[in-house]
Ligand binder design. Structure first.
Ligand SMILES: [Zn+2]
Length: 237
């Protein structure tokens, strides 16, 4: 498989995982930077059944489209890539609870172990407009600073990471709805859904898990299965 095909497949799978996990609804996008281009799920594609062919490619330097139809807020991703050379994956979505925090202008304070990667607090980008152009993208990236995530006031969140699996994992950690589920809190707080696990899962080699031990991993595996099924149902063979 060529690098282009691998990048497309990884972004499509990550998008389906985010949808199966409930982080993406009809909106939300995840991208991967490879060299001077970024791969991102297409604006019209279903998030739960997006295929590799529906992944768009844009130039990082000027946002020009190489192929496909990128989402309206691609500038959000490009702003992060231009500001942070080490970042290779960006996710943007609209989780209810995080957006509520951002609406009142309060930073999200780290309160339990799974939040540790985000530092003491997640900053707030104080602009409710969609991030559609370069100046908005760079303003948001300025507020992101060196953090791993930024809340967008009244809008959603952006998460950045050094690779796609880490970006998916961090997005799962950031979603503050999840700790409210008592069956998931202990396992998640203990870091049960680790970056290493997600990496292997996204490579198609999930770590075998014992149901009785780690409910969060089981749930994540089910989400991955669902995501893969969704991809197969639209792309037989
Ligand atoms: Zn948005």
């Amino acid at each position: 498989m060529s690098d282009d095909a691998k990048d497309r497949a990884l972004v499509a799978l990550a998008c389906r995982v985010m949808a199966a996990a409930g982080l993406f609804d009809m909106h939300g996008h995840i991208s991967l930077r490879d060299g001077d281009v970024a791969y991102i799920n297409g604006r019209r594609s279903s998030r739960i059944s997006v295929t590799a062919a529906q992944v768009a490619v844009v130039k990082v330097a000027d946002g020009s489209v190489v192929s496909g139809e990128p989402p309206a807020e691609t500038a959000l991703h490009l702003g992060c890539y231009r500001a942070r050379p080490e970042i290779r994956s960006v996710a943007h979505f609209h989780p209810l609870a995080a957006t509520a925090f951002a609406t009142v202008g309060k930073p999200l304070i780290t309160a339990f172990n799974a939040g540790a990667p985000f530092g003491k607090a997640v900053p707030v980008y104080d602009d409710p407009d969609l991030v559609r152009n370069d100046s908005q993208g760079s303003a948001m990236a300025r507020d992101l600073g060196k953090h791993r995530a930024v809340l967008l006031r009244g809008h959603g969140v952006a998460v950045v990471a050094e690779d796609v699996p880490s970006c998916v994992t961090l997005s799962l950690y950031l979603d503050p709805d999840r700790p409210l589920d008592p069956t998931l809190t202990p396992a998640r707080a203990a870091g049960a859904v680790t970056r290493r696990w997600t990496l292997r899962a996204l490579r198609g080699n999930p770590t075998p898990v014992r149901r009785s031990r780690v409910q969060a991993q089981v749930r994540a595996l089910e989400q991955l299965d669902l995501a893969e099924l969704a991809g197969r149902s639209t792309h037989p063979g």
